[in-house]
Design a protein around this ligand. Structure first.
Ligand code: FE
Length: 254
């Protein structure tokens, strides 16, 4: 299994602090059936500054360490980019790193809202030849309250990634329910761990995929499984026509 979102690189953000932490995370990933993982450190958020070249170098060091330690996990380079006005410029000047050097780029919104310029920026990224993937939309307050905004982004070509922990209820019942609604309405295309450590923010990928199979059926299970493989290979991923989430249903009033 491929995990496209993780904070496994040591000492670069709020994920693994040391090489020992990274190795512990790598072992936990392997136990979950993960053989390939994309390291997606936060690009920039006040405390951290992780540019393209630094990430590539650190991924290579971690891969050497995994070989030395006989841990059967391959780490690929990536980045989690907080939405900002310079994104297209930063793609062109080599500051940003797409997922495994493909056309797919992670875009993170602030947790409490969606910036006004998001629609235009998601469009501009696509005009530049890249496909934006909105990370964990289920954890964004504005999208939770107005899921039709996410519907518009997806209809206009953006993809989304739901976090495994959300699917299994680690972020509470509301977010779990919203995650299931996103899956049901074809508003998400990937499930990934966004693992930061082995305790409070672990992998739970196996559990999440089993939940998806049980709740949504084998077709969704395989679609998510396959989409991560297609992404790493820079191929087009499976998309099913998205539907609107009905507010009534969202509130559980029907
Ligand atoms: Fe993340």
């Amino acid at each position: 299994m491929i995990d496209i979102h993780s904070h496994i690189l040591p000492g670069v953000d709020d994920g693994a602090k040391t090489e020992a932490d990274s190795l512990a995370m790598a072992k936990a990933a392997v136990e979950q059936g993960i053989d390939t993982i994309i390291a997606t450190p936060h690009h920039r958020n006040g405390q951290f500054e992780n540019d393209h070249q630094m990430i590539v170098t650190n991924v290579s060091i971690l891969n050497d360490l995994l070989v030395d330690e006989d841990i059967p996990l391959t780490v690929l380079p990536g980045q989690e980019v907080r939405i900002n006005g310079d994104m297209v410029e930063d793609i062109h000047n080599g500051e940003l790193l797409t997922l495994n050097n493909t056309k797919y780029l992670f875009v993170e919104f602030p947790s409490d809202h969606v910036p006004r310029y998001a629609k235009q920026m998601l469009f501009d990224i696509q005009v530049a030849g890249y496909t934006p993937i909105i990370v964990h939309p289920e954890r964004n307050r504005e999208l939770l309250e107005h899921p039709s905004r996410l519907y518009e982004f997806v209809r206009k070509g953006a993809l989304t990634q739901v976090t495994a922990g959300s699917v299994v209820g680690k972020f509470g019942k509301t977010i779990q329910k919203f995650s299931n609604q996103l899956i049901e309405a074809n508003l998400t295309h990937f499930i990934a761990s966004d693992a930061h450590n082995t305790t409070t923010r672990g992998f739970v990928m196996d559990e999440a995929f089993q939940n998806v199979k049980k709740t949504h059926g084998a077709d969704y299970f395989y679609m998510f499984y396959e989409n991560s493989q297609l992404l790493v290979g820079n191929m087009n991923v499976n998309r099913i026509e998205p539907e609107m989430i009905k507010k009534k249903k969202f509130l559980g009033l029907f």
